[in-house]
Design a protein around this ligand. Structure first.
Ligand SMILES: *Cc1c(COP(=O)(O)O)cnc(C)c1O
Length: 396
């Protein structure tokens, strides 16, 4: 229902009219009312490391971050982010001029788009896309141009020719996401090199959402776009403590980029939240300094959960696409005799006691996403076991 005033003008403006309410609200309510297992929204059902939680308690007790922290973020966290990029990827960033702490990756995305777009600028994004991209491009007055990932040999893949053809004289930036939510695709080094070459050739800015950088499976490696030739100076890289340390409620994210880009993004960010998550910034700084064993164990645990859920979904009759990274598995429901992901997801709680998300909500071309359904595996093993047991009723 659209809210109206007496003058019959809709309250929600035209830029946002198409983004009424998210599917997550509807599906989470369904999960509650039916007692279903919620594999819809992507948040872990166990908290991250105890010592990181304790670091937050300590910061709060010691009075660190209880008042407005510095606008760019506390120096400890900016230093921690710079050290992390250096250690893992060999990327050097000056903590004072090239790192910006944000209220989660969500604010980093919003501030970057609001800062870098003029009305009418075109933004190329990989479809299906994370739901805040479309809304933030719209709020910035930009025009989104989807390039659709399609199933190819068991996984969703990017067509580089299609990407190249999507660039016009009005294209201002590429919005990339790898590992990719919702498909679980991890762009290969060759694909990233081609994207980088295109950005350089057409002089495009790049925003790259790498919040799942530590969830790349099967021995593969996360390769930041900023490491490719010509990319360091044109790329805004986005990370998230929520996803990397399983504290999604803390809303600590960050941007690393060249000084001019960071200054631009900060200009927008200062009028959104100004600052956020004071004590949690200190805790995130300690988390980034955890030994490699943490990151390895986190990845291996999540990979085992992926394997468990993927096997269960296959047994239940879904086509399961390869997930090379993230929290998510995308399935095709057509082998179950279904074609409409929306209808399927609305019925699934009653049918099987499980909640999932229709991928169509992540598409401009809804029909292109119709048969695909996303399941999250960032849940306890016992919860996934029970979900798999319930989903098997679909096969019978
Ligand atoms: C979860 C998620 C975000 C948001 O991260 P926060 O740090 O919680 O704001 C951004 N992008 C993608 C692809 C995500 O999955």
């Amino acid at each position: 229902m659209t809210a109206m005033t007496s003058s019959a003008r809709p309250l929600l403006n035209r830029r946002l009219a198409e983004f009424g309410t998210t599917i997550f609200a509807e599906m989470s309510a369904l999960a509650l009312s039916t007692g279903s297992i919620n594999l819809g929204q992507g948040f872990p059902d166990t908290d991250g490391p105890e010592e990181v939680r304790e670091a937050a308690v300590r910061a709060l007790r010691d009075g660190r971050g209880n008042q407005y922290p510095p606008g760019p973020g506390v120096p400890e966290l900016r230093g921690g982010v710079a050290a992390h990029q250096q250690r893992r990827y060999g990327l050097e960033f000056d903590p004072d001029t090239e790192v910006l702490v944000t209220a989660g990756a969500t604010e980093a995305i919003a501030a970057s788009l609001l800062a870098l777009l003029e009305p009418g600028d075109e933004v190329i994004a990989l479809e299906p896309y994370y739901d805040s991209y479309a809304a933030c491009i719209a709020m910035a007055g930009g025009r989104r141009v989807p390039v659709t990932l399609r199933p190819h040999e068991g996984a969703f893949r990017l067509d580089l020719d299609e990407l190249r053809d999507a660039v016009t004289d009005r294209t201002r930036l590429l919005l990339v996401n790898t590992p990719h939510n919702p498909t679980g695709t991890v762009l290969t080094r060759e694909e990233l090199a081609a994207i980088a070459a295109l950005a350089v050739e057409r002089d495009l800015l790049v925003i790259t959402d790498e919040v799942y950088e530590h969830l790349v499976f099967d021995g593969a490696e996360h390769v930041p776009l900023a490491t490719f030739p010509g990319m360091r100076e044109r790329t805004v890289t986005i990370g998230s403590a929520g996803k990397t340390f399983s504290f999604t409620g803390w809303k600590v994210g960050w941007v690393t980029a060249a000084p001019g880009l960071v200054t631009a993004v900060r200009s927008a960010k200062q009028f959104l939240t100004y600052v956020a998550s004071g004590p949690f910034q200190y805790a995130a700084a300690e988390a980034l300094a955890l030994p490699d064993t943490y990151f390895t164990a986190f990845r291996e645990d999540m990979q085992a959960k992926r394997d468990l859920l993927a096997a269960g979904l296959r047994e239940a009759g879904f086509t399961v696409y390869d997930t090379a990274g993230t929290y998510f598995i995308t399935t095709d429901i057509r082998p179950l005799g279904e074609t409409d992901g929306f209808a399927f997801c609305r019925a699934l709680p009653e049918r099987a006691g499980v909640v999932a998300i229709p991928n169509a909500v992540f598409y401009d071309h809804r029909e292109a996403g119709a048969p695909f359904v996303r399941f999250a595996f960032c849940k306890r093993t016992s919860v996934l076991d029970e979900a798999v047991r319930r989903l098997k009723s679909l096969a019978g």
